[in-house]
Design a protein around this ligand. Structure first.
Ligand SMILES: [Zn+2]
Length: 118
């Protein structure tokens, strides 16, 4: 059972990210008790999936494992960088140079908005 508090906290971070670092496709964020890697079945802090509708990419889904606020925050930013840096020619999960740049941009935006230090 995911605590209401962590859901509310994640929702507020996600809404700041939507405003500060908008993505090409809509992003849905969910907190789950335990998120597992689709391929290995091992527990992970989070993951990002790309959904398609009628053969076209339509939205991202970020799943976050419930944990401490610090871990969930870091995970959300990591996964948001996947959404922000996504290019149709590449998968949604790689840690490319573009992903690194997106991560840097997101952290800077969240620091500037004083979200990181709260
Ligand atoms: Zn990643």
């Amino acid at each position: 059972m995911v605590r209401e508090m962590s859901k509310k906290t994640i929702r507020s971070w996600a809404s700041k990210l939507r405003r500060l670092c908008p993505t090409l496709l809509p992003v849905r964020v969910y907190v789950r008790t335990r998120v597992k890697c689709r391929e290995t079945g091992k527990p992970v802090c989070g993951l990002t999936e790309l959904s398609e509708e009628r053969g076209y990419p339509s939205r991202f889904t970020i799943l976050i494992s419930e944990g401490s606020n610090q871990v969930m925050f870091d995970t959300l930013l990591h996964e948001w960088a996947h959404c922000l840096s996504w290019q149709e020619t590449r998968g949604v999960t790689d840690h490319s140079l573009e992903w690194g740049l997106a991560m840097s941009r997101i952290y800077t935006a969240m620091v500037d908005a004083q979200v990181v230090t709260q």
